[in-house]
Design a protein around this ligand. Structure first.
Ligand SMILES: [Cu+2]
Length: 132
């Protein structure tokens, strides 16, 4: 796939209110990647899958996820272009950095509520976390 397909990235930066500027990655994100290790899928922890949101083909799947307070949600980018998961309102509970292919971002939700988010690079991509 070529970059030409993306199309909308060029003008989406100028009027954003700054989702590009994020704090340094959490330590979590760092030791997840080990270039030396290969191929074998490491065993997924039970129960992790159902709270995983896969980003693929310019959408969040599932786009709506209902969880209980205290649950960790992980976004993983399976698309071949970068995406983010970014709260649509402030304060930004969800605020991933740009996720390249196969990168992931996790967030624990401790407070009940509805958390709408979108991709800062492709604002048409939206999703919602409902915390009970
Ligand atoms: Cu995107």
């Amino acid at each position: 796939m070529t970059l030409a397909v993306v199309g909308c990235t060029g003008n989406s930066r100028g009027n954003s209110d700054g989702p590009d500027r994020v704090a340094p990655a959490t330590p979590d994100a760092i030791h997840e990647e080990r270039p030396g290790e290969v191929a074998n899928q490491k065993a997924e922890e039970p129960g992790e899958d159902k709270n995983q949101i896969v980003i693929d083909n310019f959408s969040f799947k599932p786009s709506k996820l209902t969880i209980t307070a205290g649950t960790k949600v992980t976004w993983v980018n399976r698309d071949d272009v970068p995406h983010t998961a970014t709260s649509t309102t402030k304060p930004r509970v969800i605020d991933s950095k740009t996720l390249d292919t196969d990168e992931r971002y996790s967030q624990v939700f401790r407070t009940p509520g509805t958390y709408a988010y979108f991709c800062a690079l492709h604002p048409k991509m939206t999703g919602e976390i409902i915390v009970k």
